[in-house]
Ligand binder design. Structure first.
Ligand SMILES: [Zn+2]
Length: 257
């Protein structure tokens, strides 16, 4: 498959497969409790225009479970939130947002593309998938997804870094002596903040307020992934190089806001 050319996309794809097969029986089990409706009516009633396809699939497969997909989950959970799912999810409405986010991830993974997906984006989405699997007590599936995430985050093998010159950007002088930049707990006069995201080999500097940082994974992960905020670009840059042990690459993230 050409997709293995794109390891991040493949990882997202694999995580979504696990998610799909864990969520389907959970949702059907829950919807069997809808009063006064059989499972087909219960599902079809909340799918809007897609209800027709569901009925077609149901006739073909004979299984409600196999006839719903990731696109349907948020509509069903939303549609039966008060009756059923609020109790399943401890009334935590963030679950609905998570399901929409996962649906969006599914669309990304399904689309043909000319390049791999952004590793940070995939990481955050895979983390949301794992979180949600935990919330439905699918701990095996959750762990499988976490393994996918951890593989994603392992630094790529070191390649001839000794012979390849580092691609440093726009910094004429050597960087300042290494010291951990102070965490600015004092109120910063500037609204501009900088964050550093690193996978151990490569670092990206994010300019805050940063969409990526704001939407970083809800699960605690090893601290070495996000650093900051820093009040100056220079501090962030120093940290970025430090995090790669001066062997990797430092770039600026795009589309931070
Ligand atoms: Zn960013």
């Amino acid at each position: 498959m050409t997709e293995s050319l794109y390891p991040n996309k493949q990882a997202l794809h694999d995580a979504l497969d696990i998610f799909r097969y864990a969520m389907r029986p959970f949702i059907v089990r829950c919807l069997n409790r809808v009063k006064g409706k059989n499972i087909e009516e219960a599902i079809k009633g909340k799918l809007g225009g897609r209800g027709k396809y569901f009925s077609d699939d149901l006739r073909r497969t004979g299984s409600a479970e196999e006839s719903i997909d990731i696109n349907d989950f948020p509509k069903l959970v939303d549609g039966y939130w008060n009756d059923i799912f609020s109790q399943e999810f401890w009334n935590d409405e963030i679950v609905k947002n998570m399901l929409w986010m996962i649906r969006d991830a599914r669309n990304k993974a399904a689309h043909p593309s000319q390049s791999d997906l952004d590793i940070e984006d995939v990481r955050s989405r895979v983390t949301v998938i794992a979180d949600l699997l935990g919330r439905i007590n699918e701990s095996d599936s959750k762990q499988a997804v976490e393994r996918i995430r951890d593989r994603l985050s392992s630094p790529p093998p070191l390649r001839d870094t000794t012979t390849r010159p580092l691609t440093r950007f726009t910094e004429p002088a050597s960087r300042p002596p290494q010291q951990d930049p102070p965490v600015p707990s004092a109120p910063s006069p500037s609204r501009e903040k900088f964050y550093v995201y690193t996978d151990g080999s490569n670092s990206k500097i994010h300019k805050g307020p940063c969409y990526h940082y704001e939407n970083r994974k809800p699960d605690p992960l090893p601290d070495n992934w996000w650093h900051g905020p820093y009040s100056s670009e220079a501090e962030a840059e120093a940290k970025a190089w430090d995090a790669t042990q001066n062997r990797g690459r430092v770039t600026f993230a795009e589309r931070c806001r």
